[in-house]
Design a protein around this ligand. Structure first.
Ligand code: F6P
Length: 364
């Protein structure tokens, strides 16, 4: 059998582990070939494709990024100036005689995969993204690594916060979901965690900073997701990228919060935007193993001729779900999330009067 493979959207740690797993699982039986498209769907549109050998898939488990390249601006249904070039991509797959295409990606990639499936090309999705915001799976690979990096950054920021008695604001990625800020904020014992799912009140955040000063702690650590918004305010858009399935690029809310707090807080305030650092470098053991399990399961689906599915993790077990259940959806932090409740229980503020700690104390 012949299987196409691409990695689409923003890169994240674990992509190479997934490429390795899928390729090795298919090639080990000696009756399959894998064709890798360069730079996601761009390779499928432009016919930029190469065989992926067992050797290509060896020695890449621990490497960040993707050996196939990726793109988040190559939508075959709206390419460059918006042209629908999906026929070109389908022709390319037909010429190669592909039985299925495995698309490793986030929500944008899954939406495109679903459209190709509807056009008759068997597509199998593998969920990746540091944002952890794909529907129907409780984990995407890349997230655990991003949380580790953000947690380490927040831990290190503590030193300067304590030494200089400052308010330190650390902005994480995550788009419209607060998973990274929530998990890294909780793991680092941040005093305030601000996520898109809970609009924050600047005055409530300032009250936490003041209370900590009065209590003698004299520093405050705030983890804020790039998609967080003040009550009645808007998301802060840093950029728009033409040709991207979601052209909006968020960023800059930490600077806005600094300005909101300054009139109400005596301490100095500093901001750190973690940015793409959260997507870089070697994956954690968890992400390597998750990507390996996802990749191997995707190979099984391809062999079984089960297109139109995305591999997933549900209730701690590996499964697969229809692509149509994932396309166009975002999984955000639910209001009753267990980690939100646990963080609140130890005095962490989520930036509202209701979530303010009852006693000025660090949760760290
Ligand atoms: O979806 C992953 C992600 O890193 C988001 O957290 C972030 O908002 C976005 O991609 C950044 O995109 P780009 O790499 O195009 O700047």
């Amino acid at each position: 059998m012949r299987v196409g493979l691409l990695t689409g959207g923003g890169d994240c740690p674990g992509l190479n582990a997934a490429i390795r797993a899928l390729t090795k699982r298919l090639l080990l039986q000696g009756d399959a070939e894998v064709f890798g498209f360069e730079d996601g769907f761009r390779g499928m549109i432009e016919g930029d494709v190469r065989p992926v050998t067992y050797r290509d898939a060896s020695g890449i488990l621990t490497e960040g990024g993707t050996v196939l390249g990726s793109s988040n601006t190559a939508d075959p249904f709206g390419y460059r100036s918006g042209e629908d070039v999906s026929d070109r991509a389908l022709d390319c797959c037909e010429e190669l005689g592909l039985d299925a295409v495995v698309a490793v990606g986030g929500d944008g990639t899954m939406a495109i995969a679903h459209r190709f499936q509807e056009r008759g090309l068997p597509m199998i999705g593998v969920p990746k993204t540091i944002d952890n915001d794909l529907a129907e799976t409780e984990r995407t690979f890349g997230f655990d690594t991003a949380v580790s990096i953000a947690t380490e950054a927040l831990d290190r920021i503590h030193t300067t916060a304590q030494s200089h008695h400052r308010v330190m604001i650390v902005e994480t990625m995550g788009r419209y979901a607060g998973w990274i800020a929530l998990h890294a904020g909780a793991a680092s014992g941040s005093d305030v965690i601000l996520i898109p799912e809970i609009d924050y009140d600047p005055e409530a955040v300032a009250a936490v900073c003041r209370a900590r000063d009065e209590d003698g702690q004299q520093f405050t650590i705030i983890a804020i997701a790039e998609g967080a918004t003040p009550k009645g305010g808007d998301r802060i858009v840093q950029d728009t990228v033409e040709g991207s399935p979601d052209p909006v690029r968020l960023g800059g809310i930490s600077g806005v919060l600094k300005e909101q707090l300054e009139p109400h807080v005596e301490s100095e305030i500093r901001t750190t935007v973690l940015g793409h650092m959260q997507r870089g470098g070697t994956p954690t053991a968890f992400d390597r193993n998750l990507a390996t399990a996802f990749g191997a399961r995707a190979a099984r689906l391809a062999r079984a001729g089960r297109g139109g599915r995305m591999v997933a993790l549900q209730g701690g077990a590996f499964t697969d779900v229809p692509l149509e259940a994932v396309a166009g959806k975002t999984r955000t932090v639910p209001p009753d999330d267990a980690l939100v409740e646990a963080a609140q229980a130890v005095g962490t503020s989520f930036g509202t009067a209701e979530t303010a700690p009852t006693r000025a104390s660090s949760s760290s």
